[in-house]
Structures are given as C-alpha cells and as structure tokens.
Ligand binder design. Structure first.
Ligand SMILES: Cc1cc2nc3c(=O)[nH]c(=O)nc-3n(C[C@H](O)[C@H](O)[C@H](O)COP(=O)(O)O)c2cc1C
Length: 153
C-alpha cells in the first residue's frame, strides 16, 4: 500500500487543523489504497520519509521562514535522503499571520535540493482557518491521495 506522510508544525493548532483536514480527505479519496500518516515534524525522521510515496508539510511562518521543527526535519533528512527520494510528490500548507511567502519560498528551495516534485500549488492561509480554508486543505490532501492511487505521480 502506498503511503502519504503529512508533517505538521506549529504551536497554536492552526496548521494542525489544516493537516488534519488534508489527512481526512486523503484517507477518504485514497479509499483504503493509501495509508495516511499524520506526524509532528519533530517526530518524523529519515525512515518515515523513505517509507512514503507522497509528502505534505504544514507549517506556520515564523520570522519570515518555516517553523524550526520543519526546518530541523529537512536538516536531519537531507543527506540521508540523497538519491533516494528523487521526484517524490509533495505539497505545502501554510497558515501564517499575514504573509507566508517566506516560508513558501524556503520550502520550495529546499525541496528542489532533494529533489521533490510539487504536486499542486501551495496553500497559504492567513489567520485562523475558516471552513473555506479547511476545504482547500482537504483538496490538497485528496489531490495527493488520488494522484498516488491512480499512479499519476
Ligand atoms: C515567533 C513567531 C513569529 C511569527 N512570524 C510570522 C511571520 O513572519 N509572518 C507571518 O505571517 N506570521 C508570523 N507569525 C504568526 C504565525 O505564523 C501564525 O500565528 C500561525 O498561523 C500560527 O500557526 P500555528 O497555530 O500552527 O502555530 C509568527 C508567530 C510566531 C509565534
């Protein structure tokens, strides 16, 4: 069974909400064909990355950058992943205060180094996620799950 890994970072739960919405939609869209794993970024490591067939990261923007726990995940897995995850499809969820572009650019730059392949446009939400934002996060999860189960990625 293919696996979709969803990593989240954050302190006050907004990005966890986006990640949970993506995970629920991915489970539904995957119809038992996709194993969805939702983990805090600090608990994930190279084994989790190598085991997955798709990756979603959810993070706040802190000081114009991604959250430290997500950056730490990339720091810890970059070298051991070299040559082993090329082309892995990924997507970005960001719930920021009022921007988010710094986190997006930083993640995209790092992802090109692995290299990972963007599966859809990043979602950037400002402030507390409303129903529309949660639905957009769900779309991202469903897109990854459907793409994996149909072999599109
Ligand atoms: C230390 C710190 C720095 C932040 N810096 C930014 C920033 O540079 N740009 C921005 O848009 N929001 C910034 N924020 C706001 C958070 O990105 C925002 O509250 C986010 O939605 C929190 O997500 P969470 O609930 O998952 O922790 C910052 C918050 C904290 C705590």
């Amino acid at each position: 069974m293919k696996q979709l890994l969803i990593l989240w970072a954050g302190q006050t739960g907004r990005n966890l909400q986006l990640a949970r919405a993506a995970a629920a939609a991915a489970s539904e869209a995957g119809e038992g064909e996709i194993d969805v794993r939702l983990l805090p970024a600090q608990q994930a490591g190279i084994d989790d990355l190598l085991a997955c067939h798709g990756l979603i990261v959810a993070t706040p923007e802190n000081f114009g950058y991604m959250a430290g726990t997500l950056k730490d995940f990339f720091d810890r897995t970059f070298y051991p992943a070299q040559g082993r995850v090329e082309g892995l499809p990924y997507a970005i969820l960001i719930c920021a205060g009022n921007d988010g572009s710094g986190a997006r650019v930083a993640i995209e730059r790092i992802a090109r180094g692995y290299p990972l392949t963007p599966a859809c446009e990043p979602l950037i939400v400002h402030g507390e996620p409303d129903q529309a934002a949660l639905e957009r996060a769900a779309e991202v999860g469903a897109t990854l799950a459907l793409g994996l189960s149909l072999g599109l990625f």
